[in-house]
Ligand binder design. Structure first.
Ligand code: BEZ
Length: 251
């Protein structure tokens, strides 16, 4: 997927703002070598760097890495994929915010993180948990189905596991899971009613590939109508985010 890094920073900066509280779970210590897995435009990597860590940020998106390098030229950023990155020197910690739900092969990511950590190294993350955005996804599939677009399983790019499922995978790889939680985080959409279409344009374009513009406009309108009773509250629209957080130690 091609990312619009400018739009991401402008309208979706809540992603890294929420990530600040996940950083507290990591309790960064000066001098630690930390990998930010899925660093986006680099804001959280920069915060870790300001705390004295030796940070490397990786992201699969060249657009995100180009912006991160521009914003924070003193931090090392590289284009790399979560399932096959490999560094000569292992890390004290791997941190990941709002990225792991983009990779369906969770076992491959967990294995790769494990292989790139020092013994007793720490893997800390937050991403979409079971039921994340379920109203948005259900409304999208319902309306697309109504218009005859039914091949939706391969269009759905996300992996939203339960705590039990993800902890089981971490343990199977050799991690000790010291903390995990799953919670609701209703998230304000910018621009009210328009926010639904904007979110879907930014994060879910794979659902709409090949649909002519006029029809797409109508489809997005109907998805928005369907979501109104769940999303609208006093003129503000809130998306049904659900987060999964964890701390896992390499044994
Ligand atoms: C999330 O942060 O939960 C998320 C973001 C974009 C697409 C899907 C989920």
């Amino acid at each position: 997927m091609k990312w619009n890094a400018e739009l991401y920073d402008d309208k979706h900066s809540f992603v890294s703002q929420y990530g600040e509280s996940v950083l507290e779970l990591l309790a960064v210590k000066a001098g630690e070598r930390i990998l930010d897995l899925g660093c986006g435009t680099g804001d959280l990597a920069n915060q870790m760097s300001e705390l004295g860590a030796d940070v490397v940020g990786i992201d699969a998106s060249p657009e995100m890495i180009a912006t991160a390098r521009q914003k924070y030229p003193y931090i090392k950023f590289e284009i790399a994929n979560a399932v096959d990155f490999d560094f000569d020197e292992p890390f004290d910690a791997v941190f990941s915010n709002a990225t792991l739900h983009w990779i369906k092969d969770a076992d491959a990511v967990i294995k790769n993180v494990y292989n790139n950590l020092k013994p007793n190294g720490c893997f800390v993350g937050e991403f979409g948990g079971k039921g994340n955005m379920q109203h948005m996804i259900a409304a999208t599939k319902t309306i697309l189905g109504k218009y005859g677009y039914n091949k939706l399983e391969q269009a759905d790019p996300w992996y939203f596991p339960s705590t039990a499922e993800y902890a089981t995978k971490l343990e199977a790889q050799g991690f000790r899971v010291t903390y995990t939680t799953h919670f609701d985080r209703p998230t304000l959409l910018q621009d009210g009613r328009q926010g639904v279409a904007k979110w879907l344009y930014m994060f879910g374009p794979s659902f709409f590939e090949g649909i002519p513009d006029v029809e797409l406009k109508q489809i997005l309108n109907e998805i928005t109508d369907l979501l109104e009773s769940d999303y609208e509250d006093n003129g503000q629209w809130y998306a049904d985010y659900k987060r999964l957080r964890f701390i896992a130690i390499k044994e």
